[in-house]
Design a protein around this ligand. Structure first.
Ligand code: NAP
Length: 248
């Protein structure tokens, strides 16, 4: 079965680069219209241009996904230009890593705000639209670190564990309206972040991963595509790990 999302419209936060950009392009390859939001408007415009080059409708929107006023404006602009919203991907995320005893309160607050509050704000606005439509898909990009913890990531792991809790509650509250809400928990994905690891650090990491390789942004994007499609209509409140078997 070929996935065809040509009648659908998606909004992705943090879609200017990395995993978010890959998700946006993967959805667009199935003819899904995509509104690309990012705090960095030039990056969002870059992804939107790539989507338009595929002959698919796109829109770049500048918004800090953790700022309520900017999120409200973003949803207004998306509805004005795209006309509907069927799929929301809460992808914007940051790290501010250091050991707990050295972690500054401001770095705790910022990571919780960008990784967790943003998903609350965007899910709330999307839910208003999707409840009226009696359908929708919300996909939250969490992390395996939210399931198992990680040295130096007290703030990040707490934000991703919180995102998993938000996923499950939202899934329960919206289920009778045929809106599904799921989380994806990527493991170690080959991105700018993991490129900075030394060869020794990479080797240590690979020894722990049963498949003995890092994942790609495409591995995450393909999982989003499945959850966003009608193939996953009866799946809600789940956390799908995309990690080469690291967490099982
Ligand atoms: P990335 O390359 O840093 O991309 C994140 C994008 O989000 C950037 O364009 C960034 O803009 C934007 N952004 C940051 N703060 C924002 C805000 N407040 N509002 C809107 N946009 C904002 O990150 P990534 O590696 O692709 O990660 C994407 C998601 O996957 C994150 O939620 C991350 O936690 C999760 N994840 C990643 C990995 C991995 O191995 N990379 C593993 C597990 C989970 P700026 O560039 O201007 O900051």
């Amino acid at each position: 079965m070929v996935i065809d999302l040509s009648s659908k419209c998606a909004l992705i936060t943090g879609g200017g680069r990395g995993i978010g950009r890959e998700i946006a392009l993967t959805l667009a390859n199935t003819k899904c219209s995509v509104a690309v939001s990012d705090i960095d408007i030039e990056a969002a415009r870059g992804t939107a241009r790539e989507i338009e080059a595929l002959g698919v409708k796109s829109l770049a929107v500048k918004a800090d996904a953790a700022n309520a006023d900017e999120v409200n404006t973003m949803f207004k602009v998306v509805m004005e230009h795209m006309g509907s919203l069927d799929i929301l991907i809460n992808n914007a995320g940051i790290t501010r890593d250091t050991l707990l005893i050295r972690m500054k309160e401001e770095d705790w607050d910022l990571v919780l705000k960008v990784n967790l509050k943003s998903a609350f704000l965007c899910s709330k606005e999307a839910a208003k639209i999707m409840v009226k439509a009696r359908s929708g898909k919300i996909i939250n990009i969490a992390s395996i670190v939210g399931l198992m913890g990680n040295y130096g990531q007290a703030n990040y792991s707490a934000s991703k564990a919180g995102l998993i809790g938000l996923t499950k509650t939202t899934a329960k509250e919206l289920a009778t309206r045929s809106i599904t809400v799921n989380a994806i928990a990527p493991g170690f994905i080959k991105t700018a972040m993991t490129d900075t690891l030394s060869d020794a650090e990479k080797q240590k990491l690979l020894e722990k991963i049963p498949m003995q390789k890092l994942g790609t942004a495409a591995d995450v994007a393909h999982t989003v595509l499945f959850l966003a499609s009608s193939l996953a209509d009866y799946i809600t409140g789940q956390v799908l790990t995309v990690d080469g078997g690291l967490v099982m």
